[in-house]
Ligand binder design. Sequence first.
Ligand SMILES: *Cc1c(COP(=O)(O)O)cnc(C)c1O
Length: 824
Amino acid sequence: MENQKSYPGKAPESNDQPATDLNEDIKHHIMTTMGNDFYPPRKDTYYKGLAYSVRDRLVKRWLNSQRSFYDRSAKRVYYLSLEFLPGRFLMNYVTNMQLNKACEKTLEETGFTMEEIEEQEWDAGLGNGGLGRLASCYMDSMASLNIPAYGYGIMYDYGIFYQTIVNGYQVEQCDNWVRWGNPWEFKRRGFLYNVQFYGRSELYKNSSGKLCYRWVDTLDINAMACDILIPGYGTQNVNNMRLWAAMSSQEFSLEEFNQGDYIGAMESKVLTENISKVLYPSDEKDVGKELRLKQQYFFVAATFQDIVRRFKKHNPDFKLLPDRVAVQLNDTHPAIAIPELMRLLLDEEDLEWETAWEISVKTFAYTNHTVLPEALESWPVRLISKLLPRHMEIIYEINRRFLNMVEKQYPNNPQLLHRISIIEDGPEQRVRMAHLAIVGSHTVNGVAALHSRILKDKLFHDFNIIFPGKIINVTNGVTPRRWVLQVNPALSSLITDTIGSDWITDLDQLKKLIPHADNPAFREKWRQVKLANKARLVKYIKRKVGMDVNPDTLFDVHVKRIHEYKRQLLNIFHVITLYNRIKKDPSKEIVPRTVIFAGKAAPAYVQAKLIIKLINSVADLVNNDPDVNHKLEVVFLPNYCVSQAEKIIPATDLSEQISTAGLEASGTGNMKFALNGALTIGTLDGANIEIMEEVGEDNIFIFGLTAKEVEKKRAQGYNPWDYYSRDEELRTTLDMVRLNHFIPGEPNLFLPIWDSLMALGDRYLVLADFRAFIQAQDRVRTLYQDQEQWTRCSILNTANMGKFSSDRAVREYARDIWKIESCK
Ligand SMILES: *Cc1c(COP(=O)(O)O)cnc(C)c1O
């Protein structure tokens, strides 16, 4: 392909865009696109002018890329996700197009720094956390690997809520992220698809006398495409992310207009446009709301009209669909796509069931992200029947045929059929979306080796027997472009100066750093980089929460969604323990620590919100106690998001990855930290296990029960009281929580936390792992005292993290699931 001559690792020719052109363009856009004066320069207008100018440079490449995909009638990958978490775009575009130097040059005239301009952009927070961020990392890798891929999702008006902390409590504010306009999207106002809801399924005879189904008397909504460009690194290739926005449909409102009900029609219009209004802010929990199901079907229906339209341009026969189209379902959220494709093939394209089913299964693959039972989606049959009556018929038929097949293979086993059925029986019948996704896909993958093992042996054990080989593993990865090159320029320069720049697209090259870990001069430079990043974070902390933090302390960081299984409690118990030790002997020398927390709790997750309050209450006590004398500081940074992660991660010494073993499917935060030279303190959970295998047991602090031991402990009857009575430091800590030692006058505030541990059985085994965690933290302290050894470990972490590039992960998807070549 003519425009794809440059290959990953080789800088594109446009490397040093003449800065003068860029400067002219920015001024032009500020004047003509935005209607502003350039003088005096303002940060917000300058940001937008730059954004438009950068985008201009991409559009041509993008159109070329899209055209070349048609020319090759290439197999395309469709990545369907209800969430994407891109964060800010500007620096990602600048980095991937290698425009940094040109940007800095044009900035000279204004006196602004690139960082100040970058800060003008509001995060695109169209996801909750790891799952959405993974989708965005994969978009970057697919573009960089020249894979003809499309991301499909929803253009929410309001992304994940903006978190503020008031009196120690989380308060949610709406994230009106498009308030100031979004310079990155192309709204296709004339490009609408019709999406049906409600109505009924009707049998009729078609022109050749065959009995067919059609879906009639529906309420229709339009989907408008909003496109966002996804540039690869070191390639001319630019992919597309298409997000759908709901628009009321004309015909629908007209009907009511004719009956003279203008206001009624307008109300309906507003209601239909609600579909893409807001992202559901729950992570790892099924919300089960009707509007959520509407969102799922809305985006799936629009996406498949788009896929089919594109397919039909060059392909007359639907049997070719699996050779031209691979659809990846990011969790079960888009799994309604399976009956939707069946409906299109059966009712619209007039295919026979067997043919349609074979095509469909060969097209879909499903990624599972969790084993937490409360996160597994299921929808009441009643609800689907009302909203999507034809789909409900199809799901029943899929299930009937599936159970028949299994029955033949494993006769006289009603329990088995009961367990695997797509329809769950009970007072209210429900559709198990994971079962639908497994039956309707050719491949199912977990996201880390341990997680995939658990899927095969436990959660989906029956399916693993019925469909041997269907469940596989693809360990998650993160993009080194955003998560090193862009967020840690100082480290990137040091690495490139030492081993060259190939690591950016071939992360295994980082292994070349290994010998340098033994070089004291290199270690000194490595430390200087970390210190500079810590100084940058210190400024950010000062600006956000007004605290003065000392960069010459161990930065101990726990940032991720607040969830009981992620065990922020275990970490705060360690903080309380350190506090008690200092109080016992204030003169004793200890390694000074700054413990940094950040993370959002789902607004309805009462216990998680109370954990935030507890962290802030402990922080108040510790930070203001003269005995502590700044040897220990606790910071809770409000509104954890991608742009905040970008500031925190490069500055971290110690990365907290301490979930109950068996419950964190993979984690990707763990990867970002270790890649940036943080040492991990973690359980043998998710991808931590593989990180340990890569960086070596001596360069990571592993502690606590393994997944097997957790299971065994539960089976034997776990009793938290045993630990409470045996461990004095633990008992003191828990009593302080029970009696609320932290805030005078509110004695019962934290009783629900005490109860969850002591009365309700400590579901996440915080007490069982407490002592092991404290001991691991003692090992951390000892190693940190030896800065040469610590730095050596830090270098060896970065050097051995090549496996966790999303390029590797995407290559595995391409080879094992999508069966498509990634152009080298
Ligand atoms: C990477 C990332 C996550 C995922 O973090 P985990 O520690 O894997 O849960 C969540 N939120 C943001 C903003 C991230 O960048």
